[in-house]
Design a protein around this ligand. Structure first.
Ligand SMILES: Cc1cc2nc3c(=O)[nH]c(=O)nc-3n(C[C@H](O)[C@H](O)[C@H](O)COP(=O)(O)OP(=O)(O)OC[C@H]3O[C@@H](n4cnc5c(N)ncnc54)[C@H](O)[C@@H]3O)c2cc1C
Length: 280
């Protein structure tokens, strides 16, 4: 039986970590405990973050929204701030796992797991989210895109904890869409996913666009060339097909049990074409 420590404050966390320097931290445990059961990791002790009040809360801060790292997916989905100000994140949370997973899993855990299939990541990339990392003697901030390095790898240092995610105010995007394609409609890990934020003028022209794909590269894939191809244009099948061709050149998918690389490449472009079906 492993020792599980339950700090209630960050101060207590630092003390526990000093006593148990090899301990693994976890929040909902929906990724870490699965890895432990599969014998992929063997920490000598565990520190649970879920009771630390400083890691909770969803509030406006400056010109954005600050989300505590231990906010669960279910809490985020219920938050009026998230529903109103970050609808694309709410769309992604609604298709993340099942109700029990959304009740236990946290946004901080989803980020730190750094899976290219993590459902919160494409919206957070498209929104230019930043992470807040805390250690005993200081705090630092980093763009999420710089924080995530490769599957399962982030720039978190030993002794650091992800305390919050800060999402800047979205710039008047009037089309916000997240779609994930999996092997089935529900409870599926994505084969490919797309977060799309577009600001369309009254005349229907694309003024600004941010696009981010999941599961088609080692980390979330953005494609500035495809974004540039859409700016100033109407969302027609022809313009989307031109952008989709650029996306298919940019992605670097792998073949695995869910789909082969060629299928994922085709799907990455097709998800863009699906924007035509989004009600406006
Ligand atoms: C059945 C099942 C279905 C799932 N379906 C999906 C799905 O559809 N989409 C999806 O994206 N994911 C899915 N997941 C994966 C998982 O539920 C999510 O990634 C979840 O958000 C992880 O959060 P957690 O709090 O449980 O992470 P934990 O397991 O607690 O932690 C995960 C990792 O992050 C680290 N960590 C956690 N919090 C912090 C922090 N604050 N600071 C530093 N490090 C931290 C831990 O040390 C660990 O390495 C599924 C998992 C299961 C078991």
């Amino acid at each position: 039986m492993k020792k599980v420590l339950l700090p209630r404050t960050l101060c207590e966390l630092w003390r526990h970590w000093q006593d148990e320097p090899g301990a693994a931290i976890y929040a909902g445990g929906t990724d870490l405990l699965v890895q432990m059961r599969n014998a992929a990791v063997h920490p000598p002790a565990l520190i649970c973050l879920e009771r630390i009040a400083e890691l909770r809360g969803i509030e406006t801060e400056g010109d954005g929204i600050r989300i505590g790292a231990c906010a669960t997916h279910a809490q985020l989905l219920e938050s009026a701030l998230v529903q109103q100000r970050l609808p694309i994140l709410a769309q992604a949370l609604a298709v993340l796992g099942s109700p029990p997973i959304r009740n236990m899993g946290t946004i901080g855990g989803n980020i730190c797991t750094a899976s290219p299939a993590g459902d919160t990541l494409p919206p957070l990339y498209a929104l230019d989210a930043e992470v807040e990392l805390c250690r005993r003697d200081g705090v630092k901030h980093m763009a999420l895109q710089d924080f995530i390095v490769s599957p399962g790898q982030t720039r978190i240092d030993k002794g650091e904890v992800l305390t919050a995610i800060w999402v800047p105010k979205a710039e008047g995007y009037n089309l916000q869409h997240y779609e994930k394609a999996g092997q089935r409609q529900a409870l599926a890990v994505s084969i490919a996913s797309l977060a799309a934020l577009l600001r369309l003028s009254a005349a229907g022209l694309v003024e600004k666009v941010r696009l981010a794909w999941g599961s088609v590269g080692p980390t979330i894939v953005t494609c500035p060339a495809a974004e540039e191809a859409l700016v100033g244009k109407r969302l027609t099948l022809e313009t989307l097909q031109q952008a989709a061709a650029l996306v298919r050149q940019s992605v670097t998918p792998i073949s695995d049990v869910r789909a082969d690389a060629a299928y994922r490449r085709a799907l990455a472009g097709n998800l863009l074409l699906r924007l035509l079906a989004v009600p406006r």
